[in-house]
Design a protein around this ligand. Sequence first.
Ligand code: NAD
Length: 456
Amino acid sequence: MKIYSETLDRQKAYFRRGETLSYSFRINALRALKNALKAHETEILSALDKDLGKSSFEGYATELGIVYEEIGYLEKHLKKLMKPTRVKTPITQFYSRSYIIHEPMGSVLIMSPWNYPLQLTMVPLAGAIAGGNTAIVKPSRYSGAVSLVIKRIIEETFQPEYIALFEGGHETNTALLDLRWDFIFFTGSPAVGRIVHQAANRYLTPCILELGGKSPVIIEESADIPLTARRLTWGKFLNAGQTCVAPDYVLIKRGYASAFIEAMKKEIVKAFTSDPLNAEDLPKIINEKHFERIRGLISGSEAAHGGRCDVKHLRIEPTILYPVKETDSVMQEEIFGPVLPILEYDSFEEALDFVSSREKPLAFYIFSKNRKHIEKALASVSFGGGCVNDTVVHLTDPELPFGGVGNSGMGSYHGKRSFQAFTHDKSIMDKALWLDIGVRYAPYRNKLKLLKMLMK
Ligand code: NAD
């Protein structure tokens, strides 16, 4: 569609004019974004409630608060991040100064999913602004109420030749991906990630893919069961399990499952009452399609707790499935809902092998007091990021890069990494004029010996 290519062309011209480059421009844009979010806070929280049934507490803790923290980090560190980085120069290049210029990528596309519709749009956008880029943002069609507020915020705060937002479904996605970008930042499923990667390939456009998959939890025999149950209940049922880094399934040492399930039942009741379908703090499933998909996954295994669904309000009880076999349907895809399957293992090596023989997960969690086992797991399993004795919280630390590996994605962001994600490291060797050592020039004759002394 013409409007997309015209907007991108205008953004490219705006970028070429150097409008987005200065520190003052970027810091003002970050501040303007933060102020606009603050001014629309009530609308944002109620849109999150409308789309996903998120309580204001959850909306603030997992969306708005995270965006504020990210913008705050970038504001605080922007000047330093923008400065060229001095590096050493080899003696063979005496006398030069070597440094890295962190140049903006240019005009970028940001595509986000529906599960954390504010956070997963605004955190990358803050990175794009800090990096000195122009941006077109495409949120998910499924979280329409939040998209509408974000659109208003962007249109009120920025000129479209700097930052614009387009809503829409399949046609919009395809039309946007057809254009030539300087960088694409995509968050979503591995299946769509492949489509994005293929589209990017056409122009060799660099991209970051923040994807998903099944994130495992290993509960080892030394684990503190009550605390494990509490932290797992929180991480799993946050946003009704519709979290990319949500614990997807549990592998527990054989013999410990019933004690763990009992402890988890208690935590579920504590958090969501014994009637969770009517609990204030349990979010809903995004739409009927996903609701039916999750309901189908529950029916394929035995429920040790929960299992009831309310189709009218799209709510599903926090559900524990046990016993579960690896061939059950719940183990064949990312659950992305409030359902936790529990499988048992006999030896720790068997548990590690179970995880390592599958796609590399976005997150991995281990609950244990055995440092040797913890270190072995962290060294041998490949995954995006994770926690020891907790779930999900690793992504609240701006010092920790957030991203996947293999099937769970490529590239990372948050904090300093957000700036790096949206900039290119341009390497410069800046040579002095007052000296010109002749070793490198032909004729080479007797110079090999000297060269060997310099380059060894
Ligand atoms: P999705 O892949 O269906 O959609 C993501 C985005 O891609 C949306 O903007 C959507 O409009 C667009 N899209 C959908 N189909 C497309 C197509 N054929 N061509 C081009 N664009 C298309 O993902 P979702 O259902 O919105 O989100 C759930 C998935 O996202 C899960 O796999 C989850 O793990 C993952 N996720 C990852 C992260 C992360 O940070 N790594 C965060 C949240 C969600």
